[in-house]
Each structure stands twice: as C-alpha cells, then as structure tokens.
Write a protein that binds this ligand. Structure first.
Ligand SMILES: [Zn+2]
Ligand SMILES: [Zn+2]
Length: 336
C-alpha cells in the first residue's frame, strides 16, 4: 500500500507492506485522516523515528477481518478510536481513562501502531465505532479532535447558561466553542488572527481580536468574567490571561500542548479562587458523544473541513501548518 512515511524529517509517499488483521482486529481502508497540532509537534520536534506512519484522526471502511471478529464485516464504515485504554490501571478503573499511561503511550499514529496517513490501517475491532448510514465517512475523521474539545468542555462543567471564554480559535478552540454552545454555554472567544475571529463569527460565535480591550469587553458581556475559560491557544502567556479573565471563583481549562514554560502569578490565582483543570485526550465516552454530535449534525462538521489533500501533499500540509491561517481542519484523503 501507499503511505506517507517520515524519513530524515520529511514526509514522502512510499510503498510499504499491506497491513494484516491481527486476532480480534480488522483492516480499514482509510477515507480521511486529519492532521493536528500533535502531529505537527511530533514532526517538528522529531519525536518519532524514520518510517513512522503518523495520523490518529481517521475513519474508513472495513476491508478485512481477522480471526475472532464476528460483529464487523467488509463494507462496514467506522471511526477509529486511536487510544488503546488498558482497562485495568487505577486511572482506567476510576473513570479517568483519558490519563491511562499505557493508552496514551501506545496511541495509534503517535508511537503505537501505524496511523492513518496510509491507504490502510490494521486496528483492533474494539476501537471501531460504527457510523450511521447518513454520515459521510470522511467527516468521521473529525470525531477524534471533537472528542478532545468535548472532554475539555465537560471538565469545565459547561451547562445551560454557563459563561464561557475561549482563548485561541484554532481548530481546538473553535471545536470547544461549538461543543460549549451545544451544551447551552454562552461563548466568547479571542484570537490574534483576524481570519480565525471571522471564522468564529461565521459559526455565529461571539469573538474578538485578542487586543487589550477584548478582555474588558468579555468581562462586560459576561457580567464580571466567564465562569470557565478554555485556554486553547497554546501560548504560555495566555494561561495567566485566562486566570485574569475568569470570574472570581471561576475555572481555567488547559487543552493545548505547551512547548515553553509559563509565568503565572500564583497569589492572584489564590486570592481569586481560580481552579486549574488540565484536559488531556478523552475517554471512550467522550468519543462516542462526539460521534453523536456529528452524526446528528448538531455540529455542522462539513463547515469545519477547509481542505482535503492527497497523501503526496502531506509534507506541504505540514509546512503550511503555522502559516495557513484560514485553515480550520485539513484532511488527507489517501485515495486521492
Ligand atoms: Zn489530533
Ligand atoms: Zn489504563
């Protein structure tokens, strides 16, 4: 099969052996695989060896089943849950499966089994989530990043009437805002890029350019500050901004990855009673809820996809990652 593999820090399309289904596993023909900041970080910081096939946000059609698989057949369409939760560690057993060490270390396309930047992938049948007939299989590649946002919003306890601030309106911030709105939250976002503010407006979200006045505006609109601020910009300096923006007694959810230390003023967090809630990954229940939100079109996924490229364009997509400011979600279609 064809796959975009890493070699000397660059992606190129190579022919690699076709994957075979393991016992209890299937082979999926990949319809689309999303690229996100995690992939970009792995590539930029050379975190995985040559030959790795990245990609953890994908969906496709079952083409082969392994021994012991009875509930999946050729032609079934599915989203793939890429985290193999161990199910037996303290964290899995206490409902914090998103923190399962083994699961995160062996995530498909992130250090575990080969990922979705290929024509086919072999995955455990247990990782498949069936798609309703009405759902576009390529859009199901968005279930994974939506699950990340959904976990953050759930951790922030967003309910009808909750006032929500979102710092950073890239894919994660925008997805978080759309989920928070679904849960009845009143959302206001900030971003330094005008194109992202416009993208948020096009979804009917309240959003402002992240200048000095923006925080004051949001504080006015939320009657003293948001109940919860979701920090989705990945800028270390934005963490203190989130704590200052939140109302007294409010919550700050961190959902980005940060590559530099952050300066915070602990005294201010203390006296204002701000809770810090770091949100990493998601549990299987978040994944299933995210799939439901997309399948029922409560979140209009088609508008989130701003480009579909072929495998051969993988390197170009990574190169453009930080500069292509109008992009929300780029999918790779290995069939192109
Ligand atoms: Zn991702
Ligand atoms: Zn576990």
């Amino acid at each position: 099969m064809r796959a975009a593999t890493l070699s000397d820090g660059r992606f190129s399309v190579e022919t690699v052996p076709d994957p075979k289904p393991a016992r209890g596993g299937v082979v999926v023909k990949i319809a689309a695989c999303g690229i996100c900041g995690t992939d970009h970080g792995i590539w930029r910081d050379h975190l995985l060896p040559d030959g790795t096939i990245l990609g953890h946000e994908f969906a496709g059609t079952v083409v082969e089943t392994g021994p012991g698989v009875s509930d999946w057949q050729e032609g079934d369409r599915a989203a793939v849950l890429p985290i193999p939760y161990c199910g037996s560690c303290d964290l899995c057993r206490s409902g914090k499966r998103n923190l399962c060490r083994l699961g995160l270390q062996s995530m498909v396309g992130c250090g575990g089994d080969p990922g979705g930047l290929a024509e086919y992938a072999a995955v455990p049948a247990a990782s498949l989530r069936r798609l309703p007939a009405s759902m576009d299989v390529q859009l199901a590649a968005l279930v994974e990043p939506l699950a990340v946002a959904l976990h953050a919003v759930s951790l922030g306890r967003v309910e009808p009437g909750t006032r929500v601030g979102i710092l950073g309106l890239g894919p994660l911030g925008l997805f978080s805002a759309l989920v928070a709105r679904q849960y009845g939250g009143l959302c206001f976002g900030l971003d330094h890029r005008a194109s992202r503010v416009s993208a948020a407006h096009s979804f009917g979200l309240g959003a402002f350019a992240a200048d000095d006045l923006a925080d004051e505006r949001i504080r006015d609109l939320t009657n003293g500050g948001p109940d919860v601020v979701i920090e989705a910009s990945g800028r270390p300096e934005s963490i203190e901004r989130a704590a200052t923006l939140a109302r007294v007694g409010g919550r700050v959810v961190l959902v980005s990855s940060y590559h530099a230390p952050a300066e915070i003023k602990p005294g201010r967090w203390l006296t204002r009673g701000i809770s810090l809630l770091p949100s990493i990954a998601y549990g299987p229940e978040d994944f299933d809820t995210a799939l439901g939100l997309l399948a029922t079109r409560r979140i209009d996924a088609s508008r989130l996809v701003t480009g579909v490229s072929g495998l051969a364009e993988t390197q170009a997509v990574f190169d453009r990652f930080e500069t292509q400011s109008d992009a929300i979600k780029i999918l790779i279609d290995p069939g192109c």
